[in-house]
Design a protein around this ligand. Sequence first.
Ligand code: HEC
Length: 136
Amino acid sequence: MVGMGLLFNTAATAATKALDGQAIFDRNCTACHAMNPPPKSAPPIIGVISQYHTRFQTKEDGVNHLVAYLKSPKKQNAVEPQAIIRFGLMPPSPLSEPELRVVAGWIWDQYDSAMGACGGFGGQGVMNKNCNRGIR
Ligand code: HEC
């Protein structure tokens, strides 16, 4: 399902090309996060990352915010603060900065892969407003 080879060769991934975002995610995030609904003990990633795509125009900005959040989750920095009410605040991630950058970049890219032409993924109500943004 997930398109392979879609990762952009950013400075972050180039510097850490031995790291694999999906593997980092599987090992360190899936205890709490499912990719798609239904949720485990944290919001499904695909809904959260759609909020990041709404809030941030570039992958760089989105990844920077995401890395900062994973290092030190704070309510005032959450892109989806309602999730804190439902699930509690995320604990700070013990991962290194390069690992966080790779996993954040991978998550950012999952949005385009999952959404395609904006048809899929009904049911959360957070996607529709993105549909006129010309997502490739
Ligand atoms: C111990 C459980 C747990 C683990 C492990 C965990 N998370 Fe979370 N995460 C949460 C919870 C709970 C929330 C919702 C509350 C919040 O935003 O702090 C959350 C929120 C988030 C958000 C939304 C932040 C925002 O701006 O609103 C993202 C993105 C995220 N997690 C990514 C990750 C990634 C990537 C990993 C692995 C490196 C990870 N999480 C590991 C529990 C976890």
